[in-house]
Write a protein that binds this ligand. Structure first.
Ligand code: PLP
Length: 379
């Protein structure tokens, strides 16, 4: 099955009770049992829900994995992934990653004596010097948030495999339409499904997709034992959003290309971070491991101050100043004071996340309106 067919059909069958084409929202917490222990495969909705099961089957197919496990948010999914570790274990993670992931790794799992080395993965071989007996997980986010660096998934996973270390790729920015990390050697793919998968900024949701069934069982145990499950209505919204994933993401990629080129020529703009540029240091890798270059563009201003950035953010009409990304509508954000405020300034600056850096999540509106909006806001 090709991708555009999978989004609509994989894991989804007409409802056996009524023939309803759309998977019903099974809004129930429990299920009748014919006699104790004799049931139809569903006992209690934290453990299993048919709307969630359809979504998990669909996500597993989209990422070419064995099984998907869904959670109430992206961070709940990351939390479950980290709960497979033990005190004393170590993680090697991308140094330019979502602020909430950084916070979870350092402020919560740090307390349980799980240490994370945040490193640039530009040169995959550099990872070797951080690997020791305690290293149990390599965490990759690519394209990175918000600097849009590209990490060579295949190269990093090959090193991890040599050392028997598990890899997990946060695929939120790319979505499975653009990139399928399991095909490149990853063990687990993580999603903030809140973003491109949902696609309409109306649901918070997370998922882990596993290459192998055995590890999926471990995560399934955690999903049930810790209980951070999504509700059935949210799973329905995800199923609905995913049906147009390929169309939405392609349109966002096309719009992003035009906007990146517009920004590059603008006299008030300093740097434009967009992996579609041939001059971008990760361009060749992006071309190899992604179908297109994504709908995210970040840029800094020549006047590198918070005030200059705030003026731009306060002047757009169609780009709404808001956190999050991946919806049909365009958003504009200031990572230093919004999504990445939990990262200390000196850490931010090390990766180029300056005070004026602006991040755009480009939606699927008419491109002429988007360019006009940015032109007047920068002017
Ligand atoms: N990973 C990335 C790349 C994100 O951008 C986000 C949220 O912005 C998350 C993880 C966390 O997901 P959620 O907000 O659904 O908990």
């Amino acid at each position: 099955m090709k991708f555009g067919t999978k989004v609509i059909h994989a894991g989804i069958k007409p409802d056996p009770a009524t023939g309803a084409i759309m998977t019903p929202i099974y809004q129930t917490s429990t299920y009748a049992q014919e006699s104790p222990g004799k049931h139809k495969g569903f006992e209690y909705a934290r453990t299993k829900n048919p709307t969630r099961s359809a979504l998990e089957a669909n996500l597993a197919a989209l990422e070419n994995g064995a099984k998907a496990i869904c959670f109430g948010s992206g961070l709940a999914a990351i939390n479950a992934m980290l709960q497979t570790l033990n005190p004393g274990d170590e993680i090697i993670a991308t140094n330019d990653l979502y602020g909430g992931t950084y916070r979870l790794f350092t402020k919560i799992f740090g307390r349980f004596n799980i240490k994370t080395h945040f490193i640039s993965m530009d040169q995959p071989n550099d990872i070797e010097s951080y690997i020791n007996e305690q290293t149990k997980l390599i965490w990759i986010e690519t394209p990175t948030n918000p600097m849009l660096n590209i990490i060579d998934i295949e190269a990093v996973c090959a090193i991890a495999q040599q050392h028997g270390i598990r890899t997990c790729v946060d695929n939120t920015f790319a979505s499975p339409y653009l990139q399928t990390p399991i095909d490149l050697g990853a063990d687990v793919v993580m999603h903030s499904a809140t973003k491109y998968l949902g696609g309409h900024s109306d649901v918070v949701h997370g998922a882990l997709v596993c290459k192998d069934e055995t590890f999926a069982q471990e995560l399934f145990f955690l999903q049930n034992a810790a209980g951070a499950v999504p509700g059935p209505q949210d799973c329905f919204l995800l199923l609905r959003g995913i049906k147009t994933l390929h169309l939405r993401v392609q349109r966002a990629c096309d719009n992003a290309r035009t906007i990146a080129n517009f920004l590059k020529e603008h006299p008030k703009v300093d740097q434009v971070y967009y992996p579609g540029f041939e001059s971008h240091k990760g361009h060749a890798i992006a071309k190899r491991q992604m179908r297109d270059f994504g709908g995210m563009v970040s840029f800094s201003l020549k006047e590198d101050t918070f005030e200059a950035a705030a003026r731009v953010l306060g002047s757009t009409h169609y780009f709404t100043c808001a956190e999050s990304l991946g919806g049909v509508e365009s958003l504009i954000g200031h990572p230093a004071s919004m999504t990445h405020a939990s990262i200390p300034r000196e850490e931010r600056l090390k990766v180029g996340l300056t005070d004026s850096l602006i991040r755009l999540s480009i939606g699927i509106e008419d491109i002429d309106d988007l360019v006009t909006d940015l032109k007047q806001a920068l002017g």
